[in-house]
Design a protein around this ligand. Structure first.
Ligand code: GAR
Length: 198
């Protein structure tokens, strides 16, 4: 049976577009049923609509830091759509254990570093500051601890002389667009073996 996939975004949604395109390409165990943003101005919402995927917005700001109430509103939207899998794709809100626990094993995230290195923000600048020669991205299962769950895939990029954080982010994003669809394709089919891209 097809797995219903909801994708959470906060901004441009380029990873979301790649996930949707891959599901719509056919021969895929997943089907995109919802793109949800926490910001009504997220550019990805327009892209999702153009791809024919239903959208929803749950703005975090009116909740004024009440994470439990924000997450209850997220869950209420999900209750209407009944997804089997959630993909966090540039969703820039930290989700607490109350939301994550019921979705454990069914929620994926893409993070722009080679986890366990550089959990949290500013990953590209931190890799440069550390003098790393290699950087990349990771898709992992979401657990209550931030950027910490079992790894489902990683892709590597070289760090080049003179790179700025933006240079590195752009190089990593190209690999994110290869990695995340490949992982979701496998995961939706029930295959948990990690994908390691060079
Ligand atoms: C991506 O680089 C993703 O890895 C990162 O945000 C970007 C979203 O781009 N996610 C995080 O930093 C999560 N902590 P997109 O909206 O174009 O997919």
């Amino acid at each position: 049976m097809t797995k219903r996939v909801a994708i959470f975004i906060s901004g441009g949604g380029s990873n979301m577009v790649r996930l949707v395109e891959d599901m719509q390409a056919g021969n895929h165990a997943g089907e995109p049923v919802l793109v949800l943003a926490n910001d009504i101005n997220a550019d990805g919402l327009t892209k999702a609509k153009a791809l024919g995927v239903p959208t929803a917005v749950v703005d975090h700001r009116p909740f004024k830091g009440d994470r439990a109430a924000f997450e209850a509103a997220l869950q209420a939207v999900l209750d209407q759509v009944q997804p089997d899998i959630i993909c966090l794709a540039g969703f820039m809100r930290v989700l607490t254990e109350g939301f994550v626990a019921p979705w454990e094993g069914k929620m994926l995230n893409i993070h722009p570093s080679l986890l366990p290195k550089y959990k949290g923000l500013h990953t590209h600048a931190r890799a440069l500051e550390a003098g790393d020669r290699e950087h990349g991205c990771t898709v992992h299962l979401v657990t209550p601890a931030l950027d910490d769950g079992p790894i489902l895939g990683q892709a590597h990029v070289p760090v080049l002389e003179g790179d700025t954080p933006d240079d590195l982010a752009a190089r990593v994003l190209v690999q994110e667009h290869r990695l995340y669809p490949a992982v979701l394709r496998r995961f939706a089919a029930g295959d948990m073996r990690p994908i390691m891209l060079p």
